[in-house]
Write a protein that binds this ligand. Sequence first.
Ligand code: IPE
Ligand code: IPE
Ligand code: MG
Length: 229
Amino acid sequence: MDIPRHVGIIMDGNGRWAQQRSMLRTQGHLEGLQAAKRIVKAASDMGIQYLTLYTFSTENWKRAVDEVGFIMGLVKQYLRGEMDFYRQNHIRIRHTGDAAGLPEDIASEIAGAAADTKDFNGMQVILALNYGGRDELIRALRRLAAQNQDMATVTEKDIAACLDNPDVPDPDLIIRSAGEYRMSNFLLWEGAYSELYVSAKLWPDWTGSDLAEAIDEYRSRDRRFGGIT
Ligand code: IPE
Ligand code: IPE
Ligand code: MG
């Protein structure tokens, strides 16, 4: 099988990484950002076309305000500091999630990065920030209703067309680091037939070779989509 066109990653384990070293959870997020940069570069070099990074869920607001603020600050820093890298690698930045529920400065930072990179034709990095699969579906249904769609005749296509990034293909592969076997509200609609890959390795320890291993394993899978091969 070919390499996946779209890879989604649940970047988990930053807190545990820090805890194992008697560090603050925020230090884990800082290292997690370094891992994200490594993986973006590796994915782009491998020729992956879409990479969705689960960065902050609609449930992550339950965490301490300091931790939430730190993560938001990191996102801002990442978007600001990487413009040269995006340009060199033709990387386009996009967002999925509820922008209206983000602090205004973060929402405008993402919108700015998306606008500045919109013509780059290399890999697309989709930041799932204030993202929940259920929330995305609710917002899609509200968009449909606003178009006066008759809900009695609604189709799968109608709903898909109202998701956050309707032109982005469904993820072929969803990776989760740090060993937990759950979706945690990530790409519920789009991930209906995604291959799943769980690694015990904590996110801050991830390198390009971990991504390569995941892709290798994916290439050996038999995707049937409910049919028979
Ligand atoms: C993932 O790491 C980052 C976010 C969810 C924002 P965690 O912070 O969830 O790390 P663990 O799961 O506590 O180790
Ligand atoms: C999922 O990780 C969300 C992100 C990676 C952004 P969590 O750490 O929030 O998920 P749970 O709580 O283990 O399900
Ligand atoms: Mg976690």
